[in-house]
Ligand binder design. Structure first.
Ligand code: NAD
Length: 362
């Protein structure tokens, strides 16, 4: 059955980078047996301008009906004055929440050709391939009660609640163990069980899930602060890291920077099995370079590869796309953000074409 990919290019550089991913889709349809119907709609500031809301109900229904969603990025200074609930970013938050995307997957992969872009020594990051699985819909960002109150003595107090239930922990744990089985078969589970009850529960539930269903996967528990240190000291000890919303927010950005380049980082957000995942580059809409042909489309092309692997059951094509990106980088083809001595600087459009040429040459 032909599957549908819902494309939401978004704002700023979004349409430019998504156009390059579409070239790759076109090639895969013509030459590699990909059966995929593509739909397009608006999100973010573009949607606000056209529909009056940053993520319309009709767009949500189209997303629900799709097998996967590929997004560019949202936001830009032209919408700074818009009400908070109609801002471009509110559209993305609504999409994540309505689609029940509770698992955020952020790979940190170091390409040999870009090893000098990392702020760490090459011998520390060579061959690095980490997947951070972050719980996305629970924890302290959503826990109640929350607020700012004035105390009897006139002082003000800000408070949030860190909360996790058994089912929230086990469903994200399952995602991590299942992914580890397809990779290096190792999971590090990170929390602060030494000082937080929610961390004690997290550790107990992950331990129980592991014993009941995933004893074949290597499991190690680690305090989140130690994980932050180990990511810099010895990052290659990690395969899959599973952690909560707050620690995942910080650890995934830290791991991303081991790779050195924002324009290279893909992501996936997944819900329960059988519902569409949302795939998008980690970076924003880069209004400073929008329309200049300078944006690096590789994070978006690598996000498409993740969609092929995790939602469209075409891991074989994902491997092909990732190999083509590696080949282009090995050949010295570079957008401005990853330019280095000896490289050949190209535009957004030329980078997309180079990936297609590498697919053809394979
Ligand atoms: P940004 O990621 O857009 O840009 C940060 C810097 O990195 C800029 O100098 C930009 O030119 C550069 N950059 C980013 N992506 C690049 C690429 N593919 N190729 C080359 N250079 C790239 O972050 P920002 O400037 O803080 O935010 C700009 C807008 O994006 C804001 O409106 C913000 O809210 C939004 N944003 C959206 C998302 C999302 O859609 N998921 C994520 C982050 C920020």
């Amino acid at each position: 059955m032909t599957q549908t990919l819902q494309i939401l290019p978004g704002d700023g550089i979004g349409p430019e980078i998504v156009a390059e991913a579409e070239k790759v889709i076109e090639w895969l349809r013509g030459h590699a047996g990909l059966e995929l119907h593509v739909e397009r709609d608006l999100i973010g500031g573009q949607a606000y301008d056209a529909y009056g809301v940053p993520f319309a109900d009709e767009t949500l229904e189209k997303c629900r009906a799709a097998s996967a969603i590929l997004m560019g990025s949202v936001g830009g200074p032209q919408w700074d004055g818009v009400d908070y609930d109609k801002r471009p970013e509110a559209g993305l938050l609504r999409a994540r929440s309505e689609l029940g995307l509770f698992a955020n997957l952020r790979p940190a992969l170091v390409f040999d050709a870009l090893i000098d872009a990392s702020s760490l020594k090459p011998e520390i990051v060579r061959g690095l391939d980490i997947l951070i699985v972050r719980e996305l819909t629970g924890g302290v960002y959503f826990g109640e009660p929350r607020g700012i109150e004035t105390l009897a003595n006139g002082e003000r107090r800000g408070f949030n609640t860190q909360t996790y239930t058994t089912s929230e922990i086990t469903r994200i744990g399952r995602v991590a163990f299942e992914l580890a089985r397809k990779r290096g078969n190792k999971v590090h589970s990170c929390e602060k069980a030494n000082v937080m009850e929610s961390g004690v529960l997290w550790r107990e539930e992950i331990t129980a899930l592991h014993a009941a269903t995933y004893a074949d996967v290597e499991l190690e528990h680690m305090y989140a602060d130690n994980c932050a240190m180990q990511l810099l000291r010895n990052p290659s000890q990690f395969d899959v890291i599973v952690t909560d919303n707050l620690f995942g927010d910080i650890l995934s950005d830290e791991a991303a920077m081991l790779t050195g380049s924002l324009g290279m980082l893909p992501s996936a957000s997944l819900g329960v099995a059988g519902t569409p995942g949302l795939y998008e580059p980690v970076h924003g809409s880069a209004p400073d370079i929008a329309g200049l042909g300078k944006a690096n489309p590789l994070a978006t092309i690598l996000s498409l590869a993740m969609a092929l692997r995790y939602s469209l059951e075409r891991g074989d094509l994902a491997d092909m796309v990732e190999a083509a990106v590696r080949r282009v980088l090995n050949d010295g083809v570079r957008t401005a953000d990853i330019m280095s001595t000896g490289g050949r600087e190209v535009s957004t459009d030329e980078m997309g074409s180079a990936v297609v040429a590498a697919l053809s040459a394979a």
